[in-house]
Design a protein around this ligand. Structure first.
Ligand code: HEM
Length: 137
């Protein structure tokens, strides 16, 4: 029991410390994985010789798109009565992002470099828009 009494404050301090230090949210961690794949893809997306590697990177983006679409951005907590509307908009933009990821995958699979490049550029635009609307500074 004494051990438990000592452990609870210790655990609480650790948790608060994590928040105070600005530790990554689960969503930030997933976005970090997406970012690594996105940056790598930027260099290789127009190279048909790297098709297999590109498809792996796109699969990472797809997976993190699916996981983050189910999460709530930190900013959702500040929305008050508009929270449901905020989350609906977030989910809808994530779904749009997912469709462009599918288009990118199809273009890379078929070796359509121009379509792959166009879809990749669109992903960058949706990323910018998504961060402006849903990400706290
Ligand atoms: C290629 C696409 C994307 C990349 C590479 C990307 C990358 C990132 C990175 C690196 C972070 C962490 C930033 C930090 O620690 O401050 C982040 C956070 C975030 N991103 Fe993205 N992102 C992408 C697309 C999107 C889209 C489409 C949306 C929304 C529709 C979005 C919404 C957010 C939000 C809300 C956060 C903050 C997480 C939180 O509130 O806990 N991102 N993103």
């Amino acid at each position: 029991m004494k051990v438990l009494k000592n452990f609870i404050p210790f655990a609480a301090v650790l948790c608060l410390g994590g928040v105070a230090l600005g530790e990554d949210t689960p969503m930030e961690k997933e976005m970090g994985v997406m970012n690594t794949a996105y940056k790598a893809l930027k260099k290789s997306v127009e190279d048909p010789a790297q098709k297999a590697e590109n498809l792996k990177l796109i699969a990472d983006i797809k997976k993190t798109t699916e996981s983050t679409a189910k999460m709530e951005p930190k900013m959702a907590a500040d929305q008050g009565a508009k929270k449901a509307e905020f989350l609906a908009k977030y989910k809808s933009e994530m779904a749009e992002f997912g469709k462009v990821v599918d288009a990118l995958e199809a273009a890379v699979k078929s070796g359509d470099t121009a379509a792959a490049k166009a879809a990749f550029v669109k992903l960058g635009e949706l990323k910018k828009k998504g961060h402006e609307e849903f990400k706290k500074d």
